[in-house]
Design a protein around this ligand. Structure first.
Ligand code: FER
Length: 422
């Protein structure tokens, strides 16, 4: 009897007891999509501060000469992974991901200014205010609806348009059981977000030294323009964009740096994302769940983790874009540091029988002065290991917002094409 009563109480409890209030503060309707797992009470109860993130606050600084000069010497990652890297993460069927990386045997002194750190987080050289081709482009949606990669995001989608209503990223928090602390994220909701509709979600991962405010604070990446313009034109569904803090540590004193130990929290983000943030988002907003409606993209360090997370959890993300992915997936040494490697070269693939993303894009600028040819090397590894993906290069783009705009546009373009051809 007591058991029955308990069971009845447990089943009666909603897995998701509360949704975040949207920007217009309308009452939550309770039209929930079920989260993949029960969300911790702390997360559900957390009152999220609706602090609006300063938009366009950070005018991205041009790269310093030092960084540029050093970048030119980026060695191509051709060295073969050593056997000592054998204890790196191996893909398993397990839900929980453990990341074990041997600490660096060698580190580089990295006295970086705040300015230098800032520019890693999103992308430098944002052709601010310019149309990419120096011309107005008016594209028919029919012209966009094909599966061809376009290296440049058409100005039509990256520009602020008078016919379109834009919203701003808002700062929120969730409780992370992975990090045992409250953590921040920023979220961009469609202008007419309402609980009676459900929206796909894009998780967008920042670069090294960044945080949840990096993308929101850089008006040059055009994230909100691209997603909102493409949705307004009916190419994609109105889509929620979530920008997490990818540095998943339980030690508030730990800071990112160019050494293997300081980079471990980035590799641990997969656990925070899957166990804590995604359930929180699915519980708190009216989102469409399932891989068809869940997208992942990232730039540089975020591109590296996008690759890693996609290979480890391909069942979660239907559409993926790793932009200018940083080294470190496999063992290597670049101008910044020695990377023990998250995977062995022959592990850079999907597990046997795994569900794979519908579209998995890997791209990089041809003039990338920070990650050089590492993204190309990822493409080559994926190809050699038989992991299906789309590889392309953005002519002339550096480690910058032109790469971000291109990757994001092409990700949505593939989504638009697939959904139009269902
Ligand atoms: C590295 C080169 C580039 C690295 C990280 C980056 C951790 C990331 C750059 C960025 O996020 O902009 O060796 O090691």
């Amino acid at each position: 009897m007591l058991v029955c009563l308990l069971a009845a109480v447990i089943f009666a409890l909603p897995a998701c007891s509360k949704k975040e209030q949207p920007l217009n503060e309308s009452a939550a309707s309770g039209l929930n999509s079920a989260p993949t797992e029960t969300v911790k009470d702390e997360a559900a109860e957390t009152p999220a501060p609706a602090e609006e993130v300063k938009d366009g606050a950070a005018e991205t600084p041009a790269p310093t000469e030092t960084v540029k000069d050093e970048a030119a010497e980026t060695p191509a990652p051709t060295e073969k992974a050593k056997d000592e890297a054998a204890d790196t993460y191996a893909p398993t069927e397990e839900n929980e991901v453990d990341v074990t990386v041997t600490p660096a045997t060698e580190t580089t002194e990295n006295e970086l200014s705040d300015e230098d750190r800032d520019k890693f987080a999103t992308g430098v050289n944002a052709d601010e205010g310019q149309s990419e081709n120096g011309e107005e482009i008016s594209q028919d949606t029919d012209e966009v609806l094909n599966h061809e990669i376009e290296e440049k995001c058409p100005a039509e989608f990256s520009q602020t348009r008078s016919d379109v209503e834009y919203t701003k990223f808002v700062h929120k928090t969730y409780f992370s059981t992975t990090c045992n602390m409250e953590r921040g994220y920023t979220i961009l909701l469609p202008a007419d977000y309402e609980e009676t509709k459900q929206y796909p979600v894009l998780y967008m991962l920042h670069g090294i030294f960044g945080d949840e405010n990096s993308f929101a604070g850089d008006s040059g990446n055009k994230i909100r323009e691209i997603v909102t313009n493409m949705a307004t034109d009916g190419l994609i569904e109105e889509t929620i964009v979530v920008c997490p803090n990818m540095y998943a540590t339980d030690d508030p004193a730990q800071k990112p740096s160019f050494d293997a130990e300081s980079c471990l929290p980035y590799d641990n983000f997969i656990n925070d994302l899957v166990t804590d943030l995604m359930p929180h988002i699915e519980c708190s907003y009216s989102v469409l769940t399932g891989r068809e409606n869940t997208y992942l993209a990232g730039f540089s360090m975020g591109g590296r983790e996008t690759l890693f997370i996609t290979l480890m959890k391909p069942e979660l993300f239907g559409y993926v874009c790793a932009i200018s992915a940083a080294p470190g997936i496999v063992e290597t040494k670049d101008m910044f540091m020695y990377h023990p490697g998250q995977l062995k070269e022959d592990q850079v693939k999907f597990a046997e029988g795994a569900v794979e993303p519908e579209k998995f894009i890997v791209c990089c600028g041809t003039n990338d002065s920070v990650v050089g040819k590492y993204p190309l090397s990822y493409h080559e590894l994926l190809e050699a290991n038989g992991a299906e993906h789309i590889w392309y290069e953005i002519q002339g783009a550096d480690h910058d917002n032109n790469a971000i705009k291109s990757g994001l546009y092409n990700l949505f373009k593939q989504i638009a094409y697939d959904k139009a051809n269902k």
